[in-house]
Write a protein that binds this ligand. Structure first.
Ligand code: CO
Length: 467
C-alpha cells in the first residue's frame, strides 16, 4: 500500500506562510477539488485558524468548518477506521489548551471536541507542548467518546532527554491511552533524515499504531527526511499543495506524488485535481505576496535553524520583538541565548505556547544585560508547574532566582479548574446564541465577544453582562 498523504495547505500552509489569513471564501474555492484528489485527510481547522478568524478576518470559525464540510462531500466517513478510500477533515488541537494559550477546564475541552466532531471534523490531532500526557487525556477521552479518530502527536525536539527511547516509551503510553494513530510533530523542521529513519523504525517496532510524520521545510531538509521516514515505513506524511508549500511550510504535495509514482510508496493522488487546485491557489498566494502578508523570507529555507533549533515562526517573532526595541543588532546574541534558556528550563520543545515564552525570555535576557532580571508571568507559571511537567529538571539556581521557594504543583494543571461551560452560557446568554458561541467566548473572551456582537448586530449596551 502506498504512503498516505495529508494536505496541510489550508491550515498549516496558511498559518506558516500567510499568517493564517486565508479566508473561507478562498478555502472553499479549492476544497472541493482537494476532496476529490484522493488524500487520506485534509488539515483544515484548529491551530491558529480559529483565533485568526475571530481576530483578523471577522469570520465565524464554526461556520467555516461547516462550509468546508459541505464543500467536501467525499469526506464523510466518520466513525470508520482505516481502510476507507475517502479523505477526511482533520484539525490540530493543543490538548488542554484547546486552540488557546492556557489551560481550560475539562468540561470546555470535552464540549469543544464534541462540537468540532459534530460540525464536521473526523480526525483530531491532539498534542501537548511538553508531551505531558496528563494534558492530553481529556481531549483523547472526549474524542473517543464522540466517535472521532484520535491522533496523538508527540512534539519533536532534540535534547539530551529527547532520545529515540523517550519517544518509543511515550508512543507506547499513548497507544494505551487509546490513540488511533500517532504523529511525530516536528514543528521546527529539525528532524534529520537518518534520525527520522531510526525514530520511525523503532516506533514501528514499539507500537501497532499507524505513524504520521509532520515536519517543515524551514531547515531545507524536509524532503530528505520524509524520504527516509518513508523507507522506514511511515504510514502518512504531511505535505502542502505547491502554492502554500516550501519555506516555513510543508513540502509540496505534487512533488511527492511525482517522486513516488510507480514505486510501492505511490500515494496515487489525482494529479489533474492537484493541478486544478494549485492553479486557483497560485494567484491567491500572489495576492498575499503583493500585500505583504506573505514575506519573501518565509519562502526560502534557513539552515541556521538546524544550528539553533528554533522554529521558523519563532524566528520571525524574535525579529519583530527586536525591531520594536530597536535592537536588531542583538539578533545573533538572542539566537544563541534561546538554547541556553531552553536548557535552564528543562528542554521544553519549542512549540506554542512554549516557543513564544522561551523566545521572549531570551530577548529579555539579552536586552536587559542580566539573565532573568525580567521574567514574564508565563515563565513564572511554567516554573510553578502550571503548564505541566518539564521534560528534564529545571536548573535549581534559575528556579530559585525566579520563584524563590514557592511550591511547584505536581498535580495535573487543569485539576483545580472549576467547570465553566454552563456558567459562561448563562453569563453570556444575550450574545451566545449557541454552544459554539459559548466555546468561542470560553477560548477567546473579549475577541470573541466583540466578534459576536458585530455578527449579531448587538449594541454595546444591550449585551452587557447581567449576573
Ligand atoms: Co506544523
Amino acid at each position: 500500500m502506498g504512503v498516505k498523504i495529508v494536505d496541510t495547505a489550508l491550515r498549516d500552509g496558511s498559518q506558516s506562510l500567510l499568517a493564517t489569513r486565508l479566508t473561507t471564501e478562498e478555502i472553499l474555492r479549492v476544497a472541493p477539488l482537494l476532496d476529490k484528489a484522493g488524500y487520506y485527510a485534509l488539515e483544515v481547522w484548529g491551530g491558529a485558524t480559529f483565533d485568526a478568524c475571530l481576530r483578523f478576518l471577522d469570520e465565524d470559525p464554526w461556520e467555516r468548518l461547516r462550509a468546508i464540510r459541505k464543500a467536501c462531500p467525499n469526506t464523510k466517513l466518520r466513525k470508520l477506521r482505516d481502510g476507507f478510500k475517502n479523505t477526511k477533515l482533520q484539525m490540530l488541537f493543543r490538548g488542554q489548551n484547546i486552540l488557546g494559550y492556557h489551560h481550560y477546564p475539562d468540561d470546555i475541552v470535552e464540549k469543544f471536541v464534541e462540537r468540532s466532531l459534530a460540525n464536521g471534523i473526523d480526525i483530531i490531532r491532539v498534542f501537548d507542548a511538553l508531551n505531558d500526557v496528563r494534558n492530553l487525556k481529556s481531549a483523547v477521552d472526549a474524542c473517543k467518546k464522540y466517535g472521532g479518530h484520535c491522533q496523538i502527536a508527540l512534539s519533536y525536539t532534540t535534547s539530551p532527554v529527547h532520545t529515540v527511547a523517550y519517544y518509543v516509551d511515550l508512543a507506547k503510553e499513548v497507544e494505551k491511552m487509546g490513540a488511533d494513530s500517532l504523529c511525530i510533530k516536528d514543528m521546527a523542521g529539525v528532524l534529520l533524515p537518518e534520525d527520522a529513519y531510526k525514530l520511525i523504525h523503532e516506533l514501528k517496532k514499539g507500537t501497532n499504531l499507524p505513524i504520521e510524520l509532520h515536519s517543515h521545510c524551514t531547515g531545507g531538509i524536509c524532503q530528505l527526511t520524509y524520504r527516509r521516514a518513508i523507507e522506514a515505513g511511515v504510514d502518512i506524511i504531511d505535505t502542502a499543495l505547491s502554492p502554500l508549500s516550501g519555506g516555513t511550510s510543508q513540502p509540496a504535495t505534487e512533488a511527492f506524488n511525482y517522486a513516488l509514482k510507480g514505486t510501492k510508496y505511490d500515494p496515487k493522488l489525482k494529479q489533474d485535481m492537484l493541478d486544478e487546485a494549485a492553479a486557483i491557489l497560485s494567484p491567491i498566494k500572489e495576492k498575499y505576496l503583493k500585500n505583504g502578508i506573505l514575506k519573501p523570507k518565509a519562502l526560502s529555507c534557513n539552515p541556521s535553524i538546524l544550528k539553533y533549533q528554533v522554529p521558523g515562526g519563532m524566528l520571525s517573532n524574535l525579529m519583530s520583538q527586536l525591531e520594536k526595541q530597536g535592537a536588531m543588532d542583538k539578533y545573533d546574541e538572542v539566537l544563541k541565548e534561546v538554547p541556553r534558556v531552553r536548557k535552564d528550563l528543562g528542554y521544553p520543545p519549542l512549540v506554542t505556547p512554549l516557543s513564544q515564552m522561551v523566545g521572549t525570555q531570551a530577548v529579555m535576557n539579552v536586552i536587559t544585560g542580566e539573565r532573568y532580571k525580567m521574567v514574564p508571568k508565563e515563565i513564572k507559571d511554567y516554573l510553578h508547574g502550571y503548564y505541566g511537567k518539564a521534560p528534564a529538571p529545571v536548573d535549581p539556581k534559575i528556579q530559585k532566582k525566579i520563584i524563590g521557594d514557592d511550591p511547584v504543583i505536581t498535580y495535573r494543571p487543569a485539576d483545580k479548574l472549576a467547570p465553566e461551560f454552563e456558567k459562561l452560557k448563562k453569563e453570556y446568554r444575550k450574545i451566545a446564541k449557541c454552544d459554539e458561541d459559548v466555546l468561542s467566548i470560553a477560548l477567546f473572551e473579549q475577541t470573541a465577544i466583540s466578534f459576536l456582537k458585530r455578527k449579531y448586530g448587538l449594541e454595546a449596551e444591550s449585551f452587557s453582562v447581567s449576573l
